[in-house]
Design a protein around this ligand. Structure first.
Ligand code: ADP
Length: 378
Protein backbone atom coordinates (compact mmCIF):
# COMPACT_ATOMS: atom_id res chain seq x y z
CA UNK A 1 0.00 0.00 0.00
CA UNK A 2 1.61 3.35 -1.02
CA UNK A 3 2.13 5.87 1.78
CA UNK A 4 -0.73 8.32 2.24
CA UNK A 5 0.04 11.71 0.83
CA UNK A 6 -1.09 15.10 1.98
CA UNK A 7 -2.60 15.64 -1.46
CA UNK A 8 -4.80 12.53 -1.16
CA UNK A 9 -6.22 13.85 2.10
CA UNK A 10 -6.73 17.36 0.70
CA UNK A 11 -8.39 15.98 -2.46
CA UNK A 12 -10.78 14.06 -0.24
CA UNK A 13 -11.49 17.11 1.93
CA UNK A 14 -12.10 19.18 -1.19
CA UNK A 15 -15.37 17.26 -1.50
CA UNK A 16 -16.59 18.39 1.94
CA UNK A 17 -18.48 21.64 1.71
CA UNK A 18 -19.55 24.14 4.31
CA UNK A 19 -23.36 24.20 3.91
CA UNK A 20 -23.49 27.96 4.59
CA UNK A 21 -21.15 29.07 1.82
CA UNK A 22 -21.18 25.98 -0.40
CA UNK A 23 -17.37 26.14 -0.55
CA UNK A 24 -15.10 23.27 0.39
CA UNK A 25 -13.28 23.25 3.71
CA UNK A 26 -10.00 23.37 1.76
CA UNK A 27 -11.05 26.41 -0.30
CA UNK A 28 -12.15 28.16 2.85
CA UNK A 29 -8.69 27.59 4.34
CA UNK A 30 -10.13 25.82 7.37
CA UNK A 31 -7.77 22.83 7.32
CA UNK A 32 -4.68 23.30 9.47
CA UNK A 33 -1.98 21.20 11.09
CA UNK A 34 -2.41 18.14 8.87
CA UNK A 35 -0.34 15.29 10.28
CA UNK A 36 0.02 11.87 8.64
CA UNK A 37 1.73 9.14 10.63
CA UNK A 38 1.46 5.77 8.97
CA UNK A 39 -2.28 5.29 8.60
CA UNK A 40 -3.12 7.81 11.31
CA UNK A 41 -4.35 11.14 10.05
CA UNK A 42 -5.04 14.18 12.19
CA UNK A 43 -5.78 17.80 11.48
CA UNK A 44 -7.76 20.74 12.75
CA UNK A 45 -10.54 22.84 11.26
CA UNK A 46 -9.98 26.44 12.17
CA UNK A 47 -13.31 28.08 12.88
CA UNK A 48 -14.94 30.98 14.61
CA UNK A 49 -15.77 29.80 18.17
CA UNK A 50 -19.38 30.94 17.82
CA UNK A 51 -19.87 28.49 14.93
CA UNK A 52 -18.70 25.52 17.02
CA UNK A 53 -22.06 23.69 17.27
CA UNK A 54 -22.73 23.68 13.50
CA UNK A 55 -19.09 23.06 12.68
CA UNK A 56 -19.23 19.90 14.75
CA UNK A 57 -21.24 18.30 11.91
CA UNK A 58 -18.64 19.36 9.39
CA UNK A 59 -15.89 18.01 11.65
CA UNK A 60 -17.61 14.63 11.76
CA UNK A 61 -18.07 14.58 7.98
CA UNK A 62 -14.37 15.31 7.44
CA UNK A 63 -13.42 12.61 9.89
CA UNK A 64 -15.68 10.03 8.26
CA UNK A 65 -14.52 10.93 4.76
CA UNK A 66 -10.83 10.66 5.64
CA UNK A 67 -11.39 7.49 7.63
CA UNK A 68 -13.04 5.92 4.57
CA UNK A 69 -9.90 6.45 2.47
CA UNK A 70 -7.90 3.28 1.75
CA UNK A 71 -4.90 2.99 4.07
CA UNK A 72 -6.32 5.22 6.79
CA UNK A 73 -6.51 3.41 10.13
CA UNK A 74 -7.53 6.38 12.24
CA UNK A 75 -8.75 9.89 11.56
CA UNK A 76 -8.88 12.53 14.21
CA UNK A 77 -10.21 16.01 13.47
CA UNK A 78 -10.55 18.76 16.06
CA UNK A 79 -12.12 22.21 15.88
CA UNK A 80 -9.74 25.02 16.64
CA UNK A 81 -10.04 28.78 16.78
CA UNK A 82 -7.57 31.56 17.00
CA UNK A 83 -7.80 33.51 20.19
CA UNK A 84 -8.84 37.12 19.64
CA UNK A 85 -5.98 39.25 20.98
CA UNK A 86 -8.18 41.16 23.42
CA UNK A 87 -10.24 38.20 24.65
CA UNK A 88 -9.72 37.23 28.29
CA UNK A 89 -8.14 33.85 28.72
CA UNK A 90 -10.41 31.11 30.04
CA UNK A 91 -7.87 29.29 32.13
CA UNK A 92 -8.58 26.93 34.97
CA UNK A 93 -6.41 26.72 38.09
CA UNK A 94 -3.34 24.57 37.82
CA UNK A 95 -3.38 25.28 34.13
CA UNK A 96 0.26 25.86 33.41
CA UNK A 97 0.29 27.29 29.93
CA UNK A 98 3.81 28.52 30.24
CA UNK A 99 5.33 25.06 30.26
CA UNK A 100 5.75 22.56 27.44
CA UNK A 101 3.07 24.21 25.35
CA UNK A 102 3.47 24.21 21.59
CA UNK A 103 3.82 27.80 20.53
CA UNK A 104 1.78 29.50 17.86
CA UNK A 105 -0.80 26.75 17.44
CA UNK A 106 -4.12 28.29 18.35
CA UNK A 107 -6.61 25.60 19.23
CA UNK A 108 -10.23 25.54 20.22
CA UNK A 109 -11.84 22.24 20.94
CA UNK A 110 -15.59 22.03 21.34
CA UNK A 111 -16.44 18.88 23.23
CA UNK A 112 -19.87 17.45 23.82
CA UNK A 113 -20.79 17.26 27.49
CA UNK A 114 -21.99 14.09 29.20
CA UNK A 115 -25.57 14.65 30.38
CA UNK A 116 -25.90 14.67 34.18
CA UNK A 117 -22.14 14.52 34.80
CA UNK A 118 -20.80 17.71 36.39
CA UNK A 119 -17.08 16.99 36.09
CA UNK A 120 -14.86 14.33 34.54
CA UNK A 121 -11.41 13.78 36.01
CA UNK A 122 -8.76 11.61 34.38
CA UNK A 123 -6.35 9.58 36.48
CA UNK A 124 -3.35 8.92 34.27
CA UNK A 125 0.20 7.63 34.30
CA UNK A 126 3.04 7.79 31.84
CA UNK A 127 3.51 4.02 32.07
CA UNK A 128 1.84 0.89 33.42
CA UNK A 129 2.28 -0.68 36.83
CA UNK A 130 2.64 2.48 38.90
CA UNK A 131 -0.63 1.92 40.76
CA UNK A 132 -2.81 4.14 38.59
CA UNK A 133 -5.94 1.96 38.84
CA UNK A 134 -5.51 1.33 42.57
CA UNK A 135 -5.12 5.06 43.14
CA UNK A 136 -8.05 5.91 40.86
CA UNK A 137 -10.37 3.54 42.73
CA UNK A 138 -9.36 4.83 46.16
CA UNK A 139 -9.49 8.47 45.07
CA UNK A 140 -12.99 7.89 43.66
CA UNK A 141 -14.04 6.36 46.97
CA UNK A 142 -12.35 9.25 48.79
CA UNK A 143 -14.39 11.73 46.73
CA UNK A 144 -17.49 9.74 47.57
CA UNK A 145 -16.73 9.85 51.29
CA UNK A 146 -16.68 13.65 50.96
CA UNK A 147 -20.36 13.48 50.01
CA UNK A 148 -20.05 13.48 46.21
CA UNK A 149 -21.91 11.20 43.79
CA UNK A 150 -19.13 9.43 41.95
CA UNK A 151 -18.84 7.19 38.91
CA UNK A 152 -15.82 5.42 37.43
CA UNK A 153 -14.98 4.68 33.84
CA UNK A 154 -12.33 2.08 33.18
CA UNK A 155 -10.77 3.44 30.01
CA UNK A 156 -7.81 1.09 30.39
CA UNK A 157 -9.06 -1.07 27.55
CA UNK A 158 -5.79 -3.02 27.32
CA UNK A 159 -6.02 -4.28 30.91
CA UNK A 160 -9.34 -3.39 32.49
CA UNK A 161 -8.89 -3.97 36.23
CA UNK A 162 -11.79 -2.09 37.82
CA UNK A 163 -14.17 -5.09 37.85
CA UNK A 164 -11.64 -7.00 39.97
CA UNK A 165 -10.60 -4.06 42.14
CA UNK A 166 -14.18 -3.15 42.90
CA UNK A 167 -15.39 -6.74 43.26
CA UNK A 168 -17.81 -6.46 40.34
CA UNK A 169 -19.01 -9.33 38.17
CA UNK A 170 -21.68 -9.79 35.53
CA UNK A 171 -22.78 -7.91 32.46
CA UNK A 172 -24.25 -4.42 32.36
CA UNK A 173 -27.93 -4.28 31.45
CA UNK A 174 -29.72 -1.86 29.20
CA UNK A 175 -33.14 -0.32 29.76
CA UNK A 176 -33.92 0.90 26.27
CA UNK A 177 -31.51 -1.06 24.06
CA UNK A 178 -29.52 2.13 23.48
CA UNK A 179 -27.79 3.08 26.70
CA UNK A 180 -25.96 0.72 29.05
CA UNK A 181 -26.66 0.90 32.76
CA UNK A 182 -23.46 1.12 34.80
CA UNK A 183 -22.72 -1.62 37.35
CA UNK A 184 -22.61 -0.60 41.02
CA UNK A 185 -20.57 -1.53 44.06
CA UNK A 186 -19.23 0.40 47.07
CA UNK A 187 -21.64 3.15 46.03
CA UNK A 188 -19.81 3.81 42.76
CA UNK A 189 -21.38 3.59 39.30
CA UNK A 190 -18.87 1.77 37.14
CA UNK A 191 -18.41 1.00 33.46
CA UNK A 192 -15.56 -1.10 32.14
CA UNK A 193 -14.66 -3.00 29.02
CA UNK A 194 -13.89 -5.78 31.53
CA UNK A 195 -17.65 -6.30 31.94
CA UNK A 196 -18.00 -6.99 28.27
CA UNK A 197 -14.86 -9.09 27.74
CA UNK A 198 -13.21 -11.52 30.17
CA UNK A 199 -10.20 -10.04 32.00
CA UNK A 200 -7.78 -12.62 30.57
CA UNK A 201 -8.94 -12.32 26.97
CA UNK A 202 -6.18 -10.76 24.93
CA UNK A 203 -7.61 -7.77 23.15
CA UNK A 204 -6.22 -6.46 19.93
CA UNK A 205 -7.36 -2.93 19.37
CA UNK A 206 -6.94 -0.76 16.36
CA UNK A 207 -6.98 2.98 17.02
CA UNK A 208 -10.48 3.72 15.69
CA UNK A 209 -11.92 0.72 17.56
CA UNK A 210 -10.53 1.99 20.85
CA UNK A 211 -11.96 5.40 20.26
CA UNK A 212 -15.40 4.23 19.34
CA UNK A 213 -15.47 1.81 22.30
CA UNK A 214 -14.32 4.51 24.70
CA UNK A 215 -16.66 7.08 23.28
CA UNK A 216 -19.55 4.68 23.78
CA UNK A 217 -18.46 3.97 27.33
CA UNK A 218 -18.50 7.70 28.07
CA UNK A 219 -21.51 8.92 26.12
CA UNK A 220 -23.76 5.86 25.76
CA UNK A 221 -23.98 4.97 29.44
CA UNK A 222 -26.85 6.01 31.68
CA UNK A 223 -24.65 7.66 34.32
CA UNK A 224 -27.53 9.49 36.00
CA UNK A 225 -26.59 12.52 38.09
CA UNK A 226 -22.90 12.47 39.02
CA UNK A 227 -20.76 15.10 40.67
CA UNK A 228 -17.60 13.45 39.39
CA UNK A 229 -16.77 10.76 36.87
CA UNK A 230 -13.28 9.42 37.51
CA UNK A 231 -11.65 8.00 34.37
CA UNK A 232 -8.95 5.36 34.82
CA UNK A 233 -6.95 6.19 31.69
CA UNK A 234 -5.00 3.66 29.63
CA UNK A 235 -1.34 3.88 30.77
CA UNK A 236 1.02 5.82 28.58
CA UNK A 237 0.79 8.69 26.18
CA UNK A 238 -0.07 7.14 22.83
CA UNK A 239 -2.78 7.99 20.33
CA UNK A 240 -5.62 6.44 22.36
CA UNK A 241 -4.78 8.55 25.40
CA UNK A 242 -4.38 11.70 23.37
CA UNK A 243 -7.63 11.23 21.50
CA UNK A 244 -9.45 10.45 24.73
CA UNK A 245 -8.06 13.60 26.30
CA UNK A 246 -9.22 15.53 23.24
CA UNK A 247 -12.69 14.07 22.90
CA UNK A 248 -13.86 13.74 26.48
CA UNK A 249 -14.70 16.99 28.26
CA UNK A 250 -12.15 16.57 31.04
CA UNK A 251 -12.24 19.02 33.95
CA UNK A 252 -8.69 18.01 34.77
CA UNK A 253 -6.15 15.24 35.12
CA UNK A 254 -4.22 13.73 37.99
CA UNK A 255 -0.90 12.05 37.20
CA UNK A 256 0.21 9.05 39.25
CA UNK A 257 3.92 8.33 39.40
CA UNK A 258 6.29 6.22 41.45
CA UNK A 259 9.41 7.96 42.78
CA UNK A 260 11.90 6.31 40.42
CA UNK A 261 13.41 8.57 37.83
CA UNK A 262 12.23 6.51 34.93
CA UNK A 263 8.61 6.67 36.03
CA UNK A 264 8.97 10.40 36.49
CA UNK A 265 10.21 10.85 32.95
CA UNK A 266 7.05 9.09 31.86
CA UNK A 267 5.01 11.29 34.18
CA UNK A 268 6.40 14.35 32.38
CA UNK A 269 5.20 12.93 29.09
CA UNK A 270 1.74 12.42 30.58
CA UNK A 271 1.66 15.95 31.89
CA UNK A 272 2.71 17.43 28.58
CA UNK A 273 0.12 15.38 26.73
CA UNK A 274 -2.72 16.92 28.77
CA UNK A 275 -1.26 20.38 28.39
CA UNK A 276 -1.05 19.95 24.65
CA UNK A 277 -4.80 19.40 24.47
CA UNK A 278 -5.47 22.09 27.06
CA UNK A 279 -6.70 19.89 29.88
CA UNK A 280 -5.75 21.35 33.27
CA UNK A 281 -3.36 19.13 35.20
CA UNK A 282 -4.51 19.13 38.83
CA UNK A 283 -1.16 17.75 39.96
CA UNK A 284 1.07 14.73 40.53
CA UNK A 285 0.63 12.05 43.20
CA UNK A 286 3.60 9.94 44.26
CA UNK A 287 2.49 6.34 44.73
CA UNK A 288 4.55 3.66 46.50
CA UNK A 289 6.34 6.66 47.89
CA UNK A 290 7.80 5.04 51.00
CA UNK A 291 7.50 1.80 52.97
CA UNK A 292 6.34 1.72 56.56
CA UNK A 293 7.37 -1.56 58.16
CA UNK A 294 4.18 -3.09 59.55
CA UNK A 295 6.08 -4.72 62.47
CA UNK A 296 8.55 -2.03 63.59
CA UNK A 297 6.98 1.09 62.06
CA UNK A 298 10.30 2.12 60.48
CA UNK A 299 10.03 4.08 57.26
CA UNK A 300 12.18 3.10 54.26
CA UNK A 301 12.39 5.07 51.04
CA UNK A 302 12.73 2.05 48.81
CA UNK A 303 12.63 3.81 45.46
CA UNK A 304 14.19 7.01 46.70
CA UNK A 305 11.70 9.60 47.76
CA UNK A 306 10.43 13.02 46.85
CA UNK A 307 11.13 12.74 43.11
CA UNK A 308 7.56 13.52 42.16
CA UNK A 309 7.49 16.59 44.41
CA UNK A 310 10.60 17.95 42.67
CA UNK A 311 9.31 17.10 39.20
CA UNK A 312 6.00 18.78 39.96
CA UNK A 313 7.82 21.92 41.04
CA UNK A 314 10.03 21.92 37.95
CA UNK A 315 7.03 21.45 35.69
CA UNK A 316 4.97 24.12 37.39
CA UNK A 317 2.21 21.81 38.55
CA UNK A 318 1.04 20.94 42.06
CA UNK A 319 2.35 18.07 44.10
CA UNK A 320 -0.81 16.62 45.61
CA UNK A 321 0.76 14.15 48.03
CA UNK A 322 2.23 10.71 48.67
CA UNK A 323 0.76 7.24 49.06
CA UNK A 324 2.92 4.67 50.88
CA UNK A 325 3.74 1.22 49.56
CA UNK A 326 1.75 -1.04 51.83
CA UNK A 327 0.51 -4.60 51.85
CA UNK A 328 -2.97 -3.51 52.99
CA UNK A 329 -3.34 -1.33 49.88
CA UNK A 330 -2.29 -4.15 47.58
CA UNK A 331 -4.32 -6.86 49.28
CA UNK A 332 -7.53 -4.85 49.49
CA UNK A 333 -7.14 -3.54 45.96
CA UNK A 334 -6.56 -6.99 44.49
CA UNK A 335 -9.37 -8.53 46.59
CA UNK A 336 -12.04 -6.13 45.37
CA UNK A 337 -12.36 -4.47 48.78
CA UNK A 338 -10.56 -1.14 48.31
CA UNK A 339 -9.15 0.18 51.56
CA UNK A 340 -10.89 3.57 51.45
CA UNK A 341 -14.29 1.84 51.52
CA UNK A 342 -13.52 -1.39 53.40
CA UNK A 343 -11.47 0.19 56.20
CA UNK A 344 -12.57 3.84 56.21
CA UNK A 345 -10.98 4.59 59.58
CA UNK A 346 -7.54 3.24 58.55
CA UNK A 347 -4.54 5.52 58.05
CA UNK A 348 -4.51 4.68 54.34
CA UNK A 349 -8.14 5.63 53.83
CA UNK A 350 -7.33 8.96 55.46
CA UNK A 351 -4.49 9.56 52.98
CA UNK A 352 -6.79 8.90 50.01
CA UNK A 353 -9.51 11.13 51.50
CA UNK A 354 -7.06 13.99 51.92
CA UNK A 355 -5.88 13.62 48.34
CA UNK A 356 -9.51 13.46 47.19
CA UNK A 357 -10.27 16.68 49.06
CA UNK A 358 -7.49 18.44 47.12
CA UNK A 359 -8.91 17.14 43.87
CA UNK A 360 -12.40 18.27 44.89
CA UNK A 361 -11.06 21.77 45.52
CA UNK A 362 -9.51 21.84 42.06
CA UNK A 363 -12.69 20.59 40.41
CA UNK A 364 -14.81 23.19 42.15
CA UNK A 365 -12.43 26.01 41.34
CA UNK A 366 -12.49 24.92 37.71
CA UNK A 367 -16.28 24.66 37.54
CA UNK A 368 -16.56 28.19 38.87
CA UNK A 369 -14.70 29.42 35.84
CA UNK A 370 -16.14 27.25 33.12
CA UNK A 371 -19.74 27.75 32.11
CA UNK A 372 -21.77 26.79 29.06
CA UNK A 373 -20.34 24.53 26.39
CA UNK A 374 -16.68 23.87 26.92
CA UNK A 375 -14.77 25.71 24.25
CA UNK A 376 -11.16 25.81 25.18
CA UNK A 377 -9.08 28.55 23.67
CA UNK A 378 -5.35 28.23 23.57
P1 ADP B 1 -1.54 0.38 37.04
O1 ADP B 1 -2.99 0.73 36.95
O2 ADP B 1 -0.64 1.59 37.07
O3 ADP B 1 -1.09 -0.63 36.05
P2 ADP B 1 -2.29 -1.04 39.46
O4 ADP B 1 -3.15 -0.09 40.17
O5 ADP B 1 -2.93 -2.17 38.72
O6 ADP B 1 -1.29 -0.28 38.49
O7 ADP B 1 -1.25 -1.59 40.52
C1 ADP B 1 -0.28 -2.56 40.21
C2 ADP B 1 -0.09 -3.45 41.45
O8 ADP B 1 0.48 -2.66 42.49
C3 ADP B 1 -1.39 -4.00 42.00
O9 ADP B 1 -1.17 -5.32 42.46
C4 ADP B 1 -1.71 -3.08 43.17
O10 ADP B 1 -2.44 -3.75 44.20
C5 ADP B 1 -0.34 -2.70 43.66
N1 ADP B 1 -0.30 -1.37 44.29
C6 ADP B 1 -0.67 -0.18 43.75
N2 ADP B 1 -0.47 0.84 44.63
C7 ADP B 1 0.06 0.27 45.76
C8 ADP B 1 0.50 0.77 47.04
N3 ADP B 1 0.46 2.07 47.31
N4 ADP B 1 0.95 -0.13 47.95
C9 ADP B 1 1.02 -1.45 47.66
N5 ADP B 1 0.64 -1.97 46.50
C10 ADP B 1 0.18 -1.14 45.54
Amino acid sequence: MPALSEQTILDCLNQIRDPKTGRSVVDLGLVTGLVIKGGNVGFALEIDPKDAPEMELLRKKCEQAVFALPGVTSASVVLTAEQKPAAPRAAAPGHGHAHGQPQGQPQTVAKPTVPGVAAIVAVASGKGGVGKSTSAVNLALGLQSLGLKVGMLDADVYGPSLPRMLGLKGKPQTKDGKKLLPMENWGLKVMSMGFLVEEDTPMIWRGPMIMSALQQMVFDVEWGELDVLVVDMPPGTGDAQLTLAQRVPLAGAVIISTPQDIALIDARKGLNMFRKVDVPVFGIIENMSYFLCPSCGERSDIFGHGGARETAKELGTDFLGEIPLHMEIRQTSDAGTPVTASAPSSAHAKIYRELAAKIQEKIEAGLGIESGPRIIIE
